[in-house]
Design a protein around this ligand. Sequence first.
Ligand code: HAM
Length: 435
Amino acid sequence: MSNPKLQKINGVRGMNDLLPADAQQWTHLENAVRDLTRAYGYELLKTPIVESTPVFQRGIGEVTDIVEKEMYSFEDRLNGEQLTLRPEGTAALVRAVIEHNLLYDGPKRLWYTGPMFRHERPQRGRYRQFHQFGIEALGFAGPDIDAEIILMGQRLWDELGLRGVRLEINSLGQADERAQHRTALIAYFEKNASALDADSQRRLKTNPLRILDSKNPEMQALIEGAPRLLDFLGPESLAHFEAVQDLLKANNVPCKINPRLVRGLDYYNLTVFEWVTDALGAQGTIAGGGRYDPLIERMGGKSAPACGWAMGMERVLELMKVSESLPEATNLCDVFVLHQGGETLRTALVAAEEMRSAGIDVVLFCAPDGQAASFKSQMKKADASGAAYAVIIGPDELARNEAQLKDLRGGEQQRAIPLDGLLGTVIDALVATSE
Ligand code: HAM
């Protein structure tokens, strides 16, 4: 039997490696979100991946799928503290904003990105470790900021070339309006209790609004007939909702009111929204968010309004693939340097460093077995690297204080160049090819 100590160890289910072949696309997306945050004056705030569990219990709400079933929580072995791998960014960011008193001099526009953890059943577009990019605007009460953050999303989808993304929007009103709606909702569902599935029976007692979110096809007719929260909104909530829609319209951003959009986290009020697509199968929500005015006070801070959204980076990348808007892969390097070991290696290494100092991307051949390899096999690597030029330094070239410059993509003749003029010649050659 094979030695169990030598058996390979696999990654954790639902948690993916990012492989080099996909890394450029990931960087492209990260660059796009950085540009977006700069364009709107949002500042980066990073929180740790681990928080004390009450941050999420209190922030997201005890009666939510995330807190009830999906959190990776554990006890700190040394002091017994209850800790949780963050399942989302908002509650953690609000914890940090309160802890560092960031709102002391007025509102803040913030963003973050990083891994999140939810113990869900893995499937296409749904992972146990996934990545979010999120923006949060804290301290602003008006509909202007709701519109701003939605416009940011729209701009990002356009920038990334996403096709078939719909904006769905709803208003959850204020607590008293939800309370009245809740009473009507409970009465309606109690009257129809026999038609509720087990999950909804449970929700009826804890969080009846979430029944509206049920995906069970057998319950859809019942849900269609349920009292609508929008019909319980007072004039102020309605005015806020209408103002957001009006600002979106002024910017030609179409949106569809979805009265059943309730979101899976308990901190929201007034505007909530999601961007959805039919192109990704069951996990078609690429981003979601809304206003969460009650959260800062609920987390122990001085009451202040806020709103934001987060997108699933894996889902957005998948949609870019479907939309055929992923960027072309770029080359590994500009120049590939070949040598024959010994003195030629020494010279090649110095030349490579000089070129890098001048801003040229250079890969130096390194033999897997530490021995010099034939130029033929090195040239195969040079071709595969996508470099524009190969610089060849063999013993003959070195004896003449020269290197060979080989054009790997154009029709230029291979030529000998003096070593002391190598950098200048390579720069000229690269500039000429990029023109
Ligand atoms: P959320 O809707 O739970 O909201 O997550 C935001 C996005 O993260 C989803 O639309 C989806 O694209 C992605 N996502 C969620 N779970 C998974 C998963 N298991 N696998 C892959 N992607 C996933 C929030 O987290 C709120 N913090 C958003 C927010 C910010 N609200 C206000 N500010």
